[in-house]
Design a protein around this ligand. Structure first.
Ligand code: NDP
Length: 395
């Protein structure tokens, strides 16, 4: 059996570390490259344990200390530096599988390069679909690249649809009436909205069911994450927005449901652990052990499903609006959200300011149809500059 060669973009993050857990317990994969931005210490530690062919450090100021540390270690890993190196390890002809787990728009270029080069992409990074959904899916289709979502909700849908066709692509699912993503509701599901202004970054990052990076934890708390996921599902499965829905399910056991025309509903259930969708993506259409315990259905006495109250979570409403407008709207939404969340995490703005900044950016920059990655980056930059002004004005 030939081993599959894997690049993990963002190996020091939460998804990256779960991916390495699977590499640790399986002999089916060769690690081609791992990457980090600033966490050089963990990157070097990972090199010592996994001995990948290449390690990339994104932040160029850390290059010298990384070289020194690698020289002192026993591994043969070669160090590369900077954003271009990310693109190289995502598109190298030796690579079969790219796990796209860089957070934010920094993940866009390497993920698109992987798609151009026909890789199997295990997609966690949201920006490839939010910022450039049509372009990204078209690129993947043309090159024969397989996109397998590893966000648990999209993986759930992907698994429920596996009998309908073999992979996510630009073909409509004729027998499908509705796709439903579940949302835990985050840590503030039952908090009175008058208390939202007192929410601290620590409170927002304390997710009740998932252990994740800070940015996505805040997005879960504001429910922007669900909004971004609806936009992602629209592109991944080529389903119109009216056929996509979200419901609250605080236990995070049912990840997604697919409603079929004949009245059948398929759901995917599992303990909330990212190793399951990553493992599925690595060996699809086969399955491998993930190390995650099976559900004990007898223990599951209290599974709740509730309607989402969008008035309490304006970020979700804004995401739906961006999806409806299409064109550049999701790009503006995403960039403004990234800036606002970062400012919130640094204590510069309050939690309730996040949707206000996003709404203002979406109103002030006119919507257009971006035809290239260069235009997408330009729109992203403009939205970030305006967000910055609004953050500084309000702080
Ligand atoms: P983390 O914040 O834990 O990790 C992010 C990774 O990206 C780190 O390896 C980080 O490097 C790297 N990175 C950050 N900025 C840059 C940059 N400018 N250039 C290169 N690398 C960079 O995030 P998560 O693992 O939680 O999430 C990763 C992506 O997956 C996100 O888009 C998230 O929305 C999505 N996702 C996450 C899920 C989860 O359960 N965590 C579930 C579904 C989707 P360093 O450590 O050096 O800073």
């Amino acid at each position: 059996m030939t081993k599959k060669s894997v690049t993990i973009l963002g190996s020091t993050g939460s998804v990256g570390r779960s991916s390495l857990d699977l590499m640790r317990s399986s002999n089916k994969f060769d690690l081609f490259a791992i990457t980090a931005n600033q966490n050089a210490e963990l990157l070097i530690k990972q090199c010592r344990e996994f001995n990948p062919r290449i390690a990339v450090i994104g932040d160029e100021s850390l290059a010298d200390s990384c070289y020194e540390s690698l020289k002192r270690s026993d591994c043969d890993t070669k160090l590369k530096v900077g954003q271009d190196a990310l693109d190289e390890v995502a598109s190298d002809s030796a690579v079969d599988i790219v796990i796209a787990a860089i957070v934010g728009s920094a993940g866009l270029n390497p993920t698109i390069d992987a798609a151009k080069n026909g890789k199997r992409i295990l997609l966690a990074n949201k920006e490839a679909l939010i910022m450039s959904g049509q372009l990204f899916m078209k690129t993947a289709l043309e090159s024969g690249s397989t996109i397998i979502p590893i966000d648990s909700e999209h993986s759930g849908i992907f698994q429920c649809l596996s009998n309908e066709k073999s992979e996510a692509s630009a073909i409509q699912f004729k027998g499908v009436e509705k796709l439903v993503l579940t949302a835990s509701g985050g840590p503030f599901l039952n908090l009175d909205s008058s208390e939202f202004k007192y929410i601290t970054p620590e409170m927002a990052c304390a997710h009740p069911t998932w252990k994740m990076g800070k940015k996505i934890s805040v997005d879960s708390a504001s429910m922007m994450n669900k909004g971004l996921e609806l936009i992602e599902a629209h592109h991944l499965f080529n389903v119109d927005m009216p056929k996509l829905d979200a419901i609250i399910h605080p236990q995070s056991i049912v990840h997604a449901l697919v409603y079929f025309l004949d009245g059948s509903v398929l759901a995917q259930l599992a303990n909330p652990d990212m190793r399951i969708p990553i493992a599925y993506g690595l060996t699809y259409p086969k399955r491998m052990e993930s190390g995650v315990e099976h559900l004990d259905l007898v223990e599951l006495t209290d599974l709740q499903f509730l309607e989402v109250n969008e008035d309490r979570f304006p970020c979700l409403k804004l995401a739906r609006l961006a999806a409806k407008e299409g064109g550049s709207s999701p790009i503006l939404l995403n960039a403004a959200n990234e800036m606002a969340v970062e400012a919130f995490l640094r204590g510069k703005i309050s939690f309730v300011k996040i949707p206000q900044i996003i709404e203002e950016v979406m109103m002030k920059i006119p919507c257009e149809s971006p035809a290239s990655i260069a235009i997408i980056h330009d729109l992203d930059l403009r939205a970030r500059q305006l967000s910055n002004q609004l953050i500084n004005k309000g702080s």
